[in-house]
Design a protein around this ligand. Structure first.
Ligand SMILES: [Fe+2]
Length: 324
C-alpha cells in the first residue's frame, strides 16, 4: 500500500531564483534565508528519504471547472515565467511524470465528489512553483514529479475532497510520495508605487500587522501539530487572503486525515516577507506508523446530480462510468 512519507508547506518566491548579489541588494546586504533553507531541506530530506514521486499542489495554477493533475510521462524544457520574465528566465527543467498516479487520482475522485481530471498534454503550461522547487529539491535526483492545479471556483470543502482523492490514489498505487503544498500564508501585495519599499525580508514589511499576527499564530499551531486548529479557524484566516485560498494546505490536509493529522512541523529558515506576503517553509515528517489515512467523504448532492446528467449525455469531464 502506498503512502505519503513526508509533507511540506513550501514557499516558492521568485527571490530564491535570483543570483546572490541581487538577493542581497534587495535585503540591505543580507541574504534571504528562504533559499538556503531549501538547500538544507534537500540535503536532509529529499536526498535521504526513500520515495518514488513528488506531488506539488500548485497555488499558482488556477483551473476553473475542475482540478487537473499532470499525467505526462516526462516534462522538460526551458521555463520563462509570464509573471516575472526577467527574474525567472530560461530555467531548464526535466523530470519524469507519474501517469499511473495521476490517472488513479482521476479514477477515485468521484468517491469524494471531487471534480478532477488527469491531463497528459505535453503543451500544458507550467507555472513557477514546481519549477523553482524542482530546481532546489529535485534536479539530479531522477524522481517522478506531478503537479496539481487549484480549482479557482472551489471552496474549502472542495479542496479537502480533492486532497482526500489524492491521498486515496497514493495508497492504491503503492507509491511512496513526498507531498508539497506550495504557497504563502497571508498574501496581499503592496501596490506598485510602494512595492519597492517592501522588498526586504523583515516582517515589518508584511502588508498589515494583523496579517503578520495571523501568520505567526498559524506557524505556532503547525509547529505544535495542531492542524485541527488551523482547519477550524480557516474562515478567520481568509480575512488575510492566504495564497490561493490556502488550497495548497487544505488539499495537503485532505490527503493526510485533516483534523486527525497531528504531525508537528519543522521550520526551515525564517518567516520572511515577500512584497507584503508571508513566506515560510514547514516540513512534516512521517509519524511513526504513518500519516492518518484520508477521511471518507459524505456525498455532495450537487456533484451527484450534475455528474449523473453528464454521464447520461456522455459529456466530457464526468470521470469514469460508475461500476454497477
Ligand atoms: Fe506565489
Amino acid at each position: 500500500m502506498g503512502e505519503v512519507v513526508g509533507a511540506g508547506i513550501l514557499a516558492h518566491v521568485p527571490t530564491i531564483m535570483l543570483p546572490e548579489h541581487e538577493r542581497r541588494a534587495l535585503n540591505h546586504g543580507e541574504d534571504f534565508t528562504i533559499g538556503p533553507a531549501l538547500t538544507q531541506l534537500r540535503h536532509e530530506v529529499f536526498e535521504t528519504l526513500d520515495y518514488d514521486t513528488v506531488v506539488v499542489l500548485d497555488s499558482h495554477w488556477f483551473t476553473t471547472v475542475e482540478f487537473v493533475v499532470t499525467a505526462q510521462d516526462r516534462r522538460s524544457g526551458l521555463f520563462t515565467a509570464e509573471e516575472l520574465p526577467r527574474g525567472m528566465c530560461r530555467i531548464p527543467y526535466d523530470w519524469r511524470g507519474d501517469p499511473e498516479l495521476a490517472f488513479a487520482v482521476e479514477r477515485v475522485a468521484p468517491q469524494h465528489s471531487a471534480w478532477i481530471t488527469a491531463n497528459d498534454d505535453h503543451f500544458l503550461p507550467m507555472y513557477y512553483p514546481p519549477i523553482n522547487l524542482w530546481t532546489f529539491l529535485g534536479a539530479g535526483l531522477d524522481k517522478r514529479w506531478v503537479t496539481v492545479s487549484v480549482a479557482q471556483t472551489g471552496e474549502a470543502d472542495d479542496f479537502l475532497r480533492a486532497g482526500r482523492a489524492i491521498g486515496q490514489a497514493i495508497a492504491e498505487t503503492d507509491r511512496k510520495v513526498l507531498l508539497i503544498g506550495s504557497g504563502a500564508l497571508s498574501h496581499t501585495f503592496w501596490k506598485l508605487r510602494y512595492l519597492r519599499d517592501h522588498e526586504a525580508a523583515g516582517p515589518e514589511h508584511i502588508f498589515t500587522p494583523e496579517a503578520y499576527a495571523a501568520d505567526l499564530e498559524r506557524i505556532a499551531w503547525f509547529t505544535q501539530g495542531d492542524h485541527r486548529r488551523v482547519l477550524d479557524t480557516m474562515p478567520d484566516f481568509m480575512r488575510f487572503r492566504p495564497e490561493a485560498m490556502f488550497a495548497h494546505y487544505l488539499m495537503l490536509a485532505g490527503a493526510l486525515g485533516e483534523s486527525d493529522l497531528t504531525a508537528p512541523g519543522r521550520q526551515y529558515g525564517e518567516y520572511e516577507n515577500s512584497l507584503g506576503t508571508g513566506q515560510v517553509h514547514l516540513w512534516f515528517d512521517r509519524p511513526e506508523g504513518g500519516f492518518p489515512r484520508p477521511q471518507a467523504s459524505a456525498p455532495e448532492p450537487n456533484y451527484d446530480r450534475q455528474r449523473a446528467a453528464m454521464l447520461a449525455v456522455g459529456a466530457p469531464g464526468a470521470g469514469p462510468q460508475p461500476v454497477s
